[in-house]
Design a protein around this ligand. Structure first.
Ligand SMILES: NC(=O)c1ccc[n+]([C@@H]2O[C@H](COP(=O)([O-])OP(=O)(O)OC[C@H]3O[C@@H](n4cnc5c(N)ncnc54)[C@H](OP(=O)(O)O)[C@@H]3O)[C@@H](O)[C@H]2O)c1
Length: 301
């Protein structure tokens, strides 16, 4: 048996919020939620404002798959991105856990999406799960040089679809890939656009054992990592932001508000692409690290 726990002391204000919120649960309720660390456990101790009741038609894997990725996507799109109907949202790793949840949120809120995936086989998986998505909105990343042209084609498709003639460009970017893929997307931000960085998968190793060529690639990636000329930012009239969701756990009121808003969206259950037993932790992490996964990778404890 693994015992986890939220190893932080709650301040009295947060304790009061958690206590009030705990009145809405009874023993035996099926819940989903999030915690700071220690979630790979049979028992966890979580403040009540960090959990919600799970819809009856969801299974526990779907519940486990929901909060981290949906909250990440919702925080990026709503809090930082100021998403509204009619906006154009660009999402890297569209077939991933965050990517699919972000896509659902955009569809609910009436925003159009262009996304990238690293492998052609992920396009079909997306089209199967999202019937409103068209193939023109999904870009398979080939080279950073080609990405600009691929985005222009996708933007042209969206303009044509929405019969817009005046402007073209991206309003919100969700980027957890970074590397050379940054610049072509940044260059296509519309004035008022917001570029949100929340990871750097392209700049991380994708296997357990690294050869010298992979170390060289990572070193090269780090040296040539994207850099911004801050003098250019005001005239371009854009914002570049980054976040780590862990900070949201220090803002109990905002966390509770976002969880409530997310619930009110009545999103479909998340796509669990891969499930592993706890004893398969190493292969689970290896697969996740490979970049070949779609949807959420769930570990059963
Ligand atoms: N800042 C935060 O608070 C926060 C919170 C949650 C997640 N994250 C980050 O957000 C990203 C998405 O999270 P997720 O859980 O939904 O993961 P995910 O998207 O299901 O998986 C990561 C994806 O990254 C892409 N990728 C690109 N280059 C890669 C490389 N060299 N090695 C491995 N993968 C690579 C792959 O998709 P494609 O190749 O198809 O693009 C892969 O499927 C992750 O980078 C995660 O660390 C950040």
């Amino acid at each position: 048996m693994n015992r986890g726990g939220q190893l932080v002391k709650l301040d009295p204000r947060v304790w009061a919020l958690a206590e009030t919120h705990s009145q809405s649960f009874t023993v035996g309720d099926r819940v989903y939620g999030c915690m700071r660390f220690g979630a790979c456990a049979s028992y966890v101790n979580v403040p009540a404002h960090q959990i919600r009741k799970m819809p009856n038609n969801w299974n526990f894997s779907q519940g486990a798959a929901f909060t981290a990725q949906t909250l990440t996507s919702y925080y990026a799109l709503k809090e930082l991105g100021n998403i509204r109907s009619g906006k154009v949202v660009f999402i890297h790793s569209l077939a991933g856990g965050c990517g699919m949840q972000a896509l659902k949120i955009c569809e609910k809120l009436g925003a159009s999406v262009i996304g990238t995936v690293g492998r052609p086989e992920k396009v079909l998986k997306l089209l199967e799960r999202f019937p409103h998505l068209s193939i023109e909105q999904i870009i398979v990343r080939t080279t950073a040089k080609e990405l600009g042209g691929q985005i222009d084609t996708a933007l042209g498709y969206l303009q044509h679809k929405a019969s817009i003639v005046s402007h073209s460009g991206i309003d919100i970017v969700m980027d957890a890939v970074l590397g050379d893929w940054f610049q072509p997307v940044y260059d296509r931000l519309r004035p008022g656009g917001r570029y949100i960085v929340y990871g750097a998968a392209d700049m991380t190793p994708n296997s357990n054992k690294l050869g010298w060529n992979e170390w060289l690639r990572l070193g090269y990636q780090w040296l040539l990592r994207p850099k911004l000329d801050l003098l250019e930012v005001p005239s371009k009239n854009v914002g570049v932001m980054g976040f780590n969701l862990i900070h949201l756990l220090n803002d109990a009121e905002l966390l509770l508000l976002l969880m409530e808003e997310m619930e009110a969206l009545s999103l479909e259950p998340p796509h669990v692409g891969h499930e592993f037993e706890f004893s398969e932790l190493v292969p689970a992490l290896s697969l996740f690290r490979s970049g070949k996964t779609t949807g959420k990778v769930v570990l059963k404890v």
